[in-house]
Design a protein around this ligand. Sequence first.
Ligand code: GDP
Ligand code: MG
Length: 422
Amino acid sequence: MALNKPTRYVLFALVLLLAIHFLLSATHEPYGNATSLSALSGVFSKGQTGQTAKYTDSAVPAYPLDSDSSPLPDWRTGSGAGWVGNATRANATFVMLARNTDVNGAVQSIRSIEDRFNREHGYPYVFLNEEEWTDEFKKRISVLSNAPMEFGVIPHDWWFQPDWIDEDRAAAGRKKMEEQGIIYAGSVSYRNMCRFNSGFFFKHEMLMKYKWYWRIEPDVMFHCTLSFDPFKYMEANNKVYAFTIALYEWAATIPTLWDTVKDFMKTYPEYVASDNAMGFMSENGGQDFNMCHFWSNFEIADMDFWRGEVYTKFFEFLDKTGGFYYERWGDAPVHSMAAGLFLPKSKIHFFNEIGYEHPPNQHCPQDDDIWKKGMCSCDQTRTHGELVFLLPLRLDTDHPPFLAFSDYGPYSCQRQWDRIFQ
Ligand SMILES: Nc1nc2c(ncn2[C@@H]2O[C@H](COP(=O)(O)OP(=O)(O)O)[C@@H](O)[C@H]2O)c(=O)[nH]1
Ligand SMILES: [Mg+2]
């Protein structure tokens, strides 16, 4: 039977889509995981609950939401001597690692956090770079806030690949990963960055005076106005580590990390917290890592945890294997495993109120009251685990195409987080 022309075009398009799907499933592990039948059934069973019912609330508060309970900082009221001496702030700072060429993205991120939180608080900023900052970068950034800003340079040995790393082995590891199509596979500087964020940033002289930090990257967005101070929340509720997005890691970047961590736990069983978050990271009581980790481009945490004995020994144990260079261990799984194993799970906090986007992933509060109170600019429907097959192919990123990433999206580990508190 001969097919007419339109039918042939439709069939051809279908075959092409299927071919792309199978190709991606075979070559991109996270894409394959995300589109497996079990992942999809989880996505669709989540459903779209309670979205419209609460919109009837008419009392939209004017900004700032609770100006009565949190007095404006001195520099805004003009009644004091600028930043220093505001007793309402925690001992905390923002920290951004960036390159001079990241200036536009950095400007955008700072504008966003200032608008949504910091203009009411005046927390300071520390910017770190392995190179000297340009005058242009400092000029463009320092105009954005009255809060103090420091621009620091990273000591050489905290950044660059150490001499004791076998470069032939490292190069072979990079090549293998390139063949697997892994993002940043061939990049040494990305590995420098991951190792620095894992083991060193909190020791920088500009950060030593602070206990708390909030990590911010260039090109991120904060989508909701915060009517509370997350640092103060951490302090008051005995929290140590906080996240907004939990995701699967690419397994090929960390082939031996979990075995190394298990060796560490065997060597130092006394460091493992009894009520830890192992259930978030493993499906079988710790035998295997399920790739779930906190996405560390957003972090609010207590640097004393990283500076303490347990994490210091942990980082040294990992570092001496060379895995940051022979493989491509990210600071996200490293931080997550430490927080997940050496802290009781009650000390890890999910900041639902902080709408946050690091493209292509975002967290947008799903609770309508929170979303409305925060005057959030994010699209809540992206947080309900939709597969957006009709999005244009994103050739500008190395992330697999077609998927929108969100709280309960196919790449998310929010379910694994939720289940350990049930
Ligand atoms: N100074 C400096 N910062 C870097 C370098 N590579 C990455 N970063 C910073 O490290 C963070 C993570 O890098 P990014 O490229 O966003 O990685 P991704 O989020 O994993 O895709 C960002 O804050 C970057 O600005 C580098 O070579 N030098
Ligand atoms: Mg980034």
